[in-house]
Design a protein around this ligand. Sequence first.
Ligand SMILES: NC(=[NH2+])NCCC[C@H](N)C(=O)O
Length: 420
Amino acid sequence: MLAIYGGLNLCYSSVVCKIFKMHPITFIHRVTNEKDPYRKRGSEIGDIQLKATSETLSPKMVVDFVAGLLGGAAGVLVGHPFDTVKVHLQTDDPRNPKYKGTFHCFRTILQKDSFRGLYRGISSPMGGIGLVNAIVFGVYGNVQRLSNEPNSLTSHFFAGSIAGVAQGFVCAPMELAKTRLQLANQIDSGIKFTGPIHCLKYIVKTEGIKGAFKGLTATILRDIPGFASYFVSFEYLMRQVETPSVPYTLLAGGCAGISSWLACYPIDVVKTHMQADAMGANAKYNGFIDCAMKGFKNEGPQYFFRGLNSTLIRAFPMNAACFFVVSWVLDFCNAKNGMDSVMHSDQPLTLVNLDNKSKVDLETTVPTVEEVVRKIITDNAMSHQYVSTPQDVVHSHYTSSTINIPKESKARLASDCNLK
Ligand SMILES: NC(=[NH2+])NCCC[C@H](N)C(=O)O
């Protein structure tokens, strides 16, 4: 029996939490007897005295950016081979094709050039997508947490949209360079680019700064629905299960990638055409609407879905990896942060127990104090990212029972958990 469940009162320092805009660490302390208060079960609450802390799992703002950067890198690592195959297929000679299809292309590159072939040219997307993802997850996480109702899907929708706008300023020039490089054979600029930076420098020199931001509006128009649906669908899927497993998190991330592209693909097609278009007098299109209308007139509705398959095939694994790494990094940092603040704080510690876990659950699935503590801090770290206000956390997740942990017990807890 978990002794502390008995007769503990709500003691939630809302003032402190409001000041810090955070919620306190959730903690369960299993008390049995003085000698071994943590490991053995008993019925005695023992001589405990309240110590609560206002220290929290406050993720530093920067953690979101770092998580996004690493998630983006993981996504590129997984997604790049698909991109290589796509580019090989797109540039294959239609009259005398080298490849019979996606899988054949994949195998042929692997046989001829091994893994190096699949990973050729990975450095620029690695840097570029890493940076874009850092902005996306950084802006998204911070906007979502600061919003009035961080827990609602609407706040995820708006935070995603704002992230979409923010990343556009980096994403547009990056994709412009990528498009010009990928289509180097079709767009004859009379110069062979060595890489994206070289390409952008050349664009700025010949077309001015404005030239480097060609397609910015289209990029932002694409990424508002793109990232709104990205985060709303991930969030929605993650809420369908109580404790998402690794495969489930991967699945949710993959589906978020797919839903994101489905929501914005037609705009992406137009964006690509605009960025591939020449500047000035040679330009074929007079703006976004003109480009979309011309495309539609020439090809009909199919125009808006060209290349969708390969985009979706790449989006699933890429975004599965990305979201998985982002969640992992956030959990890790928040949990570590939480542990550190519990252990190093002299401030009062508010201890709250979870009401969505039954006693039986805790007794059977979490056998040691170390696991209890880690589990709860991890849960709390998760909810910090995905739930957020102290009030919400208390009302939706916890019965705010408060217990006392004396200094000595805290030290003991630290040694039990190897936290010194
Ligand atoms: N339309 C978008 N930009 N959607 C977001 C998905 C972003 C992700 N890096 C991908 O390329 O799959």
